[in-house]
Design a protein around this ligand. Structure first.
Ligand SMILES: [Zn+2]
Ligand SMILES: [Zn+2]
Length: 118
């Protein structure tokens, strides 16, 4: 019976969702082994070096931080002289350019990136 199979799967799925949301709502105990707190900070994507918090672009693609990437952009003619960054990364000229990087971040971490500091 296909109907019962599907129903069973749905029930399992909702149970899993309940478990996940239940866990997320529960604050983990503050008192834990002191050496376990260290690993949490290194796993933080904003400090892991992948994401350039300042410019809201992945570091290796950040034309303001990576000189080699900036050079490649200039060679391609993708450069905003006015703001000294890749035209495709010039959120000042075109704010919608930021969206593709926000999507990249969301795809990787499943949440919105931290607000750009610049
Ligand atoms: Zn940067
Ligand atoms: Zn510009």
């Amino acid at each position: 019976m296909r109907f019962y199979k599907m129903f069973g799967m749905l029930a399992m799925l909702s149970a899993a969702i309940l478990m996940v949301s239940g866990c997320a709502g529960d604050k983990p105990a503050a008192e834990k082994g002191s050496d376990e707190t260290e690993t949490a900070t290194t796993a933080d994507p904003t400090h892991g070096g992948w994401w350039c918090v300042e410019h809201a672009i992945p570091e290796e693609e950040c034309s303001m931080c990576s000189a080699s990437y900036a050079k490649a952009c200039k060679e391609k003619g993708d450069w905003c002289e006015e703001h000294n960054r890749a035209e495709s990364q010039c959120f000042i000229c075109d704010a919608s350019q930021a969206e593709k990087y926000v999507k990249l971040y969301e795809a990787k971490y499943g949440k919105k990136p931290p607000a750009a500091t610049e």
